[in-house]
Ligand binder design. Structure first.
Ligand SMILES: Cc1ncc(COP(=O)(O)O)c(C=O)c1O
Length: 438
């Protein structure tokens, strides 16, 4: 794919074998024998390489990627500037452990994240400090530990439908699917889940829970996704996030905003919480931050991240190659990709709105920027997970890569480099598929 001049470049799918092709099938057979049975693969895609929004499989079939490897490849697959940054850094230094030594890519990234974090300015100068991790879950673990350590309180409020990762702390905060916690108990104690996104839920918190069994003076933090990701790309009611901030202020509770999926420019702003003008105390990020290299971060207000040396760190967190990729990713986001996310998101939502007026089985779209979802419904208008799963398959067999989320939703989280033409191609494929739906 890489040698073709830009004007002649393929923009959409090109399928040349039945799916899965013979090489893909052989790899799937090998994989099944030796990898964990806990992995969930919706369809038989065996990837060889990626460029921009296109994925080529091992048999030479090309797919249009509306998943970005689950909202990770923010700058597109193998963005040349990110690859160059990785190459240059890897010739200098692969690892030295940023918890014990210093190197510039990590300092530079921390400076950028601290400067961009939507926090109030601290009296002590720098308004934020950053702890680096390797993943979203590890960022949530760090944030949870920091909140308990700083407040000396033990309870935490999280939300039904929320997803925060698979390690014990992150899993305990998660309220998404029962399969994610079934058989793993006991979980980390002290987490109370309430419904997400509505004022009724916060009335219940303040009027019932706080007065009966959950003294607010025991609560270290409220952990919330600015827009729920795995739970269905749910945008909260207006006023929900500002009200959470207010509750936290009144009870000296820390507001932890999980931006692992919604952050790094995906919604058209660096952090989705900026759409509501709310200033968190701690932000967790991962996924898109380094365009595919494993990296996460806990960004906290400076006066909160004052824990004792040795109290928390990670050997690989802040790896220099991952930091170099992240520094270039952030430059690309600021220099056009966040703007593209906003524009292409509007185009996508307009197209999906049109589709939903033609086909009863899909709902109106929701979301911000390139974090968009629709629900697939049955003839009575109820969520239809079976039809959703079928649609994911049908899209794959037409060369369009999509992912599910929530109960019966389809999410669109393409790389932020997606073009107007590629959005149209995706909408056309969906239209073709929907012609066969009730
Ligand atoms: C909002 C959110 N938080 C945390 C995580 C966990 O991230 P990871 O899989 O990198 O541990 C995810 C993963 O999907 C997520 O969407």
């Amino acid at each position: 794919m890489q040698t073709v001049p830009h004007s002649d470049r393929l923009q959409g799918p090109k399928l040349i074998t039945p799916l899965p092709g013979p090489k893909a099938q052989a790899l799937i057979d090998r994989d099944r024998a030796v990898t964990s049975s806990s992995y969930t693969r919706d369809y038989p895609l065996v990837v060889k390489r990626g460029e921009g929004c296109l994925i080529e499989d091992v048999d030479g079939n090309v797919f249009l990627d509306m998943t970005a490897g689950i909202a990770v490849a923010a700058t597109g697959h193998a963005h040349p500037q990110v690859v160059q940054a990785i190459n240059e850094q890897s010739q200098q230094l692969l690892h030295m452990c940023g918890a014990d030594f210093y190197y510039e890519p990590m300092v530079q990234l921390a400076e950028t994240l601290a400067a961009k974090a939507p926090f109030s300015q601290s009296a002590q100068g720098s308004k934020a400090r950053v702890l680096f991790t390797n993943s979203g879950a590890e960022s949530l673990e760090g944030a949870l530990k920091l909140a308990r350590y700083y407040t000396k309180r033990w309870r935490v409020i999280a939300f039904l439908g929320g997803f925060h990762g698979r390690t014990y702390g992150a899993m305990s905060l998660t309220g998404s699917k029962s399969v994610q916690c079934q058989g793993f108990g006991p979980l980390v104690p002290g987490v109370t889940h309430i419904p997400y996104g509505t004022h009724a839920s916060l009335d219940y918190l303040e009027q019932t829970l706080f007065t009966s069994m959950l003294p607010p003076s025991d609560v270290a933090a409220i952990v919330v996704e600015a827009i729920q990701g795995e739970g269905g790309y749910i945008v909260p009611d207006d006023g929900f996030l500002p009200r959470l901030r207010d509750i936290c202020d009144r009870h000296k509770i820390l507001l932890i905003v999980d931006e692992v999926q919604s952050g790094m420019g995906r919604t058209g702003k660096l952090f989705a919480i900026e759409h509501w003008g709310v200033m968190p105390d701690i932000i967790t990020v991962a996924k898109g931050i380094a365009s595919g290299l494993p990296l996460g971060a806990v960004i906290a207000r400076s006066e909160i991240m004052t824990w004792t040396p040795g109290s928390h760190a990670s050997t690989f967190g802040g790896n220099p190659v991952a930091c170099a990729a992240a520094n270039t990713t952030l430059e690309l986001l600021e220099n056009g990709l966040m703007e593209n996310a906003q524009k292409r998101g509007l185009q996508l939502q307009a197209g999906l709105t049109h589709l939903s007026s033609t086909y009863d089985c899909i709902s109106l779209p929701r979301g911000k920027g390139l974090m968009v979802a629709i629900d697939i419904c049955d003839e009575q208008g109820n969520p239809d997970p079976t039809a959703r799963d079928r649609l994911l398959q049908d899209a794959f067999y037409r060369g369009l890569l999509l992912l599910g989320c929530g109960k019966a939703s389809i999410r669109f989280c393409p790389p932020l480099v997606i073009t107007a033409e590629q959005i149209e191609i995706a909408l056309n494929i969906l239209t073709e598929i929907l012609k066969d739906y009730p």
